[in-house]
Design a protein around this ligand. Structure first.
Ligand SMILES: Cc1cc2nc3c(=O)[nH]c(=O)nc-3n(C[C@H](O)[C@H](O)[C@H](O)COP(=O)(O)OP(=O)(O)OC[C@H]3O[C@@H](n4cnc5c(N)ncnc54)[C@H](O)[C@@H]3O)c2cc1C
Length: 555
């Protein structure tokens, strides 16, 4: 006989969502990899098992429940400027480093004259998409280290020294000078109090103090208002040199051993992204070396920022998929009014409708990764990268919060408590839209391409028109974009409208070409035709919702 007052038997609850293979379970991801990087599928299958394991999900939980702490001084008042993390955070980084998510696309650089490995960007993006599902905060130093390489290469002497350290897959969190370490991580310092988008207002100064290779050594004085991953081994930092705003490599340790003068004031108390530390920092005469030409700091760091924008879209797509898979999983077990939730018609429509956005976000993000793979030798892919990076970043990152919120609601009250995954994902997703160029900035970047690089816009539109041929709704959408672009007096006002239209049309053509008809027909019918809508769960009458959901998570 049960003891009085003991907890009731737990019934009608879903089993924990863990121990899943994040690759094998995810049909849209597998399909993107099969299209663009088929040779990577086997390794990604193994990675999907590792990143979706119970232990990996637990690491993600711990890394966020025990956020990093800043230690500015020791007990006797000496400066320390170190951040302590929970071991689970380091374990996440060690896993992602072992998978090469910070370096795999650059490994050809170790061999003089070698070309990039075909499909390397897509393979890495697929790993990154799954790493974000395991734990999103640690992805920040992974993406910054990966993205630092194109900027670093603008300074061949510095690249020769630092690139071999980036290419190591052995994560090394020790606080030591870089030459003594197995590997390094990179951060970036652009945003100041008075401006993050408008970095030309940066007030940090860089004064030349010693001649040497490249532009010699500079002394940096100033502040950065957001500088994430402050325990990185080096940062790419913007500062005003005599010749104008320039990019500098600022290491944590000086070449002769002492700690460089980066003094952390505090860590941001953030809505989400808790496992990742983001600092306010003073550069009190920190030494740095010029990267690229003096006065050309923005073009130099934009190389890094462009790569991180792809990662923002990829990780948002991954988090959308994780939220939806959680919702589908829960509703397959939970019974309400004698019927499983997933079989309640209105719930199935909500889930199926969300699945269309996950399909679209995934297809679009991996199409962009594939374009990055080919851009070095293919002008059309370069045009896609130039135009569709801001478009994809804007659209995918902005879809995520609304979708994650709806997925949370599918779990009812259990979705809203911190012990579940959904609350953490919900707090995490807005940041991808905010950093690395927020919404309006992306729309303006798209318009810049339209106005200054019309040939790139024309190439993408021609590709979309060819893919739309014979389909009245798609050709209509294509014509609408051309009309808007033909009205220069309204062009800025239409920045978001044209961006969204390009994203939806591109996603529709991709789904039409590569997804089952149930997915592409429903996406086109609801996103490009039909009644105006803002809520999920509309317009899928007659669609194969079961088929659509099977692609989110196998039964
Ligand atoms: C968690 C976190 C970590 C971060 N880590 C780093 C880091 O490691 N390194 C770093 O350098 N920065 C970092 N940032 C800063 C981030 O990149 C900036 O917050 C971002 O670039 C926006 O800059 P801002 O905050 O100054 O906003 P603002 O530039 O003031 O922009 C505010 C709003 O105005 C909009 N806007 C801007 N220009 C226009 C325009 N012309 N027309 C219409 N709208 C416009 C923007 O889209 C935005 O919505 C981080 C931010 C966060 C939240």
């Amino acid at each position: 006989m049960p003891a009085l007052f003991s907890t009731h038997e737990v019934t009608n609850q879903s089993p924990p969502f863990e121990g899943r293979n994040l690759f094998a379970d995810d049909a849209p991801l597998q399909s993107a990899v099969a299209r663009h990087a088929p040779d990577a599928a086997a390794a990604l299958h193994d990675l999907g098992a590792a990143f979706g394991s119970r232990e990996a999900f637990d690491r993600g939980r711990l890394a966020n429940e025990y956020p990093p702490r800043l230690k500015t001084h020791d007990r006797q008042g000496r400066r320390l400027d170190i951040v302590e993390y929970h071991p689970a955070y380091h374990e996440c980084l060690a896993q992602s480093f072992a998978a090469g998510l910070h370096c795999s696309t650059w490994e050809h650089l170790a061999t003089p004259g070698a070309n990039p490995r075909p499909g390397a960007q897509v393979a890495r993006a697929a790993g990154f998409y799954m790493a974000a599902q395991m734990e999103a905060g640690h992805c920040c130093p992974v993406t910054m280290t990966h993205a630092a390489v194109p900027t670093l290469r603008l300074a061949p002497d510095l690249a020769a020294e630092w690139l071999p350290r980036i290419l190591s897959r052995i994560y090394d969190p020790s606080f030591r000078p870089a030459p003594e370490k197995n590997s390094v991580t990179f951060g970036m310092g652009m945003t100041e109090k008075q401006g993050g988008t408008d970095v030309r207002t940066n007030a940090t100064t860089a004064e030349p103090i010693a001649a040497g290779a490249g532009g010699g050594t500079h002394r940096l004085i100033g502040h950065k208002w957001f500088m994430s991953a402050p325990m990185s081994d080096a940062f790419l930092v913007l500062a005003q040199a005599p010749g104008g705003l320039s990019c500098f490599l600022v290491p944590r340790f000086l070449p002769d051993g002492p700690i460089n003068a980066l003094h952390f004031q505090r860590l941001k108390d953030k809505l989400g992204n808790r496992s990742n530390a983001s600092s306010e920092v003073e550069f009190e005469g920190a030494e740095g070396w010029l990267v690229g030409e003096e006065g050309r700091g923005v073009p130099a760091i934009i190389e890094m920022v462009t790569a991180t924008r792809l990662d923002c879209a990829v990780s948002s797509a991954g988090l959308m998929r994780l939220a939806l898979a959680n919702a589908v999983h829960h509703t397959r077990y939970r019974t309400v009014f004698q019927r499983r939730l997933v079989d309640q018609p209105l719930m199935a429509l909500v889930l199926g409708d969300m699945a269309l956005d996950v399909e679209a976000a995934t297809a679009l993000s991996f199409r962009l990764a594939a374009a990055v793979d080919e851009a070095w030798h293919d002008e059309r892919q370069r045009a896609w990268v130039r135009l569709m990076t801001p478009v994809t970043k804007l659209w995918v990152c902005k879809l995520a919060p609304a979708l994650v919120y709806e997925a949370m609601e599918c779990l009812g009250g259990n979705g809203y408590v911190e012990e579940g995954l959904l609350a953490r994902i919900y707090r995490e997703v807005p940041v991808n839209a905010i950093w690395e160029g927020s919404g309006n900035v992306m729309a303006l970047d798209m318009l810049r391409v339209a106005q200054r690089e019309p040939e790139a816009m024309a190439q993408v539109l021609d590709e979309l028109a060819t893919a739309s041929a014979g389909h009245a709704t798609l050709t209509g959408a294509c014509a609408r974009i051309r009309n808007w672009l033909g009205e220069p007096q309204f062009i800025e006002a239409r920045g978001r409208q044209i961006s969204e239209a390009l994203a939806v049309l591109a996603a529709a053509t991709l789904l039409q070409a590569h997804a089952p008809a149930a997915v592409s027909d429903a996406f086109i019918a609801t996103r490009l035709a039909g009644a105006p809508r803002q809520l999920y769960g509309q317009g899928l009458e007659g669609s194969d919702v079961r088929g659509i959901l099977a692609r989110v998570l196998p039964t």
